[in-house]
Design a binder for this molecule. Structure first.
Ligand SMILES: [Zn+2]
Length: 400
């Protein structure tokens, strides 16, 4: 990657086309104008000059070229932005032979996930009457199914494998994809007889799957998820963020839930500033990813003991990373999905308004079975995780 490549990317990506692909620009003299995406305003003060290939907002002062615009608007790193803009105009960024080799292996695994996602979606349409009924019973609409690419894995040991082989995917790479296991009788599909939720990275590419059982007595755990591969690190992605990040940025707040179905229900009911943590405890990587878009997080977890403990831990992790966290409390038998179905949108809005800080939540709680000393210890443990004294003092000031 050298300066001449960056120049070429700047040359080929006309700033008017690129910005115009995010929101409409209006011609005004020799420039273009729009409402500024970086601050709230009623009359447009965001100007784009095609001649100079720059933008400037006369309201908030934000200015730059096409690279800085995409970087700031999409909250991407410099390299992510360069790759995106290079890809947009078909430029290949030159790499070392080793990097090239890794990239072609990664591209192949991306390809496998793309094919697999199509395959699962087609299965749901063509052979998934049982799964479709399940979705119908749970009131998950066809449009949501399509929007999030929900699919179905057949009850077959080799369905996906055969499909990939037929699509000229080399058998050697299959085992590196995380979608197959190897047993006495050879390679087999890991996802079988499950509802499939594709997990996308921030660039919108499918990098993993979550599979949910459809029947209670089914073997192998309620959920299974793709393992870490060359394109996916467990605990590094947030479900749905590729779609909801602009809304999170705009509202400067995110709702975090745990499960796919919670996410889907909230999204369907209009709470579009949402992500799901994919069943794992909220990791530092996930927190840092979310922090690109907002510092304000509402945790909406299950109302039972396990859910509350997970919410307390997640809040601790957010606070440790200098973010603001609030916890939404629902009844012991409810989760976000069932709460919304039972009580509706207004009730959830009220829960958000009445959400509690970690300290209040902890000391008001009677379900988790902690006594005051244990509660204090929990808070001290969180404070100890903070790496500077000022954060600790602010945290304890907020406790009083
Ligand atoms: Zn502005």
């Amino acid at each position: 990657m050298d300066q001449s490549q960056i120049d070429r990317i700047l040359e080929m990506n006309n700033i008017v086309d690129v910005i115009g692909s995010y929101f409409p620009l209006k011609k005004s003299g020799s420039n273009y104008k729009a409402l500024c995406p970086f601050h709230q305003e009623k009359t447009p003060s965001f100007h784009v000059s095609e001649k100079k290939q720059i933008f400037k907002c006369f309201g908030c002062g934000k200015a730059g070229n096409v690279i800085t615009f995409v970087q700031d608007y999409e909250k991407l790193s410099f390299m992510e932005t360069i790759k995106k803009l290079a890809g947009r105009v078909g430029i290949t960024i030159s790499e070392s032979p080793q990097a090239k080799l890794n990239r072609s292996k990664m591209d192949l695994i991306y390809k496998i996930y793309e094919l697999a996602a199509d395959y699962f979606q087609r299965n749901l349409k063509d052979h998934g009457s049982f799964a479709r009924n399940y979705l119908k019973e749970r009131n998950i609409s066809t449009s949501i199914v399509e929007e999030f690419g929900i699919g179905y894995a057949l009850n077959s040991q080799t369905g996906l494998m055969n499909y990939l082989l037929k699509n000229h995917i080399n058998e050697q790479i299959l085992l590196k994809s995380g979608l197959f296991g190897r047993g006495e009788r050879g390679i087999y599909d890991i996802f079988r007889e499950r509802l499939i939720f594709p997990i996308h990275n921030i660039a919108g590419r499918v990098v993993a799957f979550g599979g949910r059982v459809l029947q209670k007595d089914q073997k192998g755990g309620k959920y299974i998820n793709s393992p870490t591969t060359d394109i996916y690190t467990k605990g590094a992605e947030l479900y749905g963020l590729y779609k909801t990040r602009f809304e999170i940025s705009r509202q400067d707040a995110a709702i975090v839930c745990e499960g796919y179905t919670d996410f889907i229900r909230l999204h369907e009911k209009g709470f579009t500033n949402i992500v799901a943590s994919l069943g794992t405890a909220l990791t530092d990587k996930q927190v840092m990813l979310l922090k690109r878009y907002t510092n304000n997080v509402y945790l909406f977890y299950d109302g039972d003991n396990a859910g509350k403990i997970a919410a307390v831990r997640a809040a601790g992790n957010l606070i440790k990373n200098s973010m603001n966290a609030w916890i939404l409390e629902v009844g012991e038998k409810d989760d976000p999905d069932s709460f919304l179905v039972k009580f509706g949108v207004d009730a959830l809005q009220e829960k958000i308004t009445n959400s509690q800080s970690l300290t209040l939540f902890l000391f008001n709680d009677k379900i988790m079975g902690m006594d005051t000393r244990q509660k204090l210890e929990t808070l001290i443990e969180i404070a100890n995780g903070m790496n500077d004294r000022i954060s600790q003092e602010l945290f304890f000031a907020g406790c009083s």
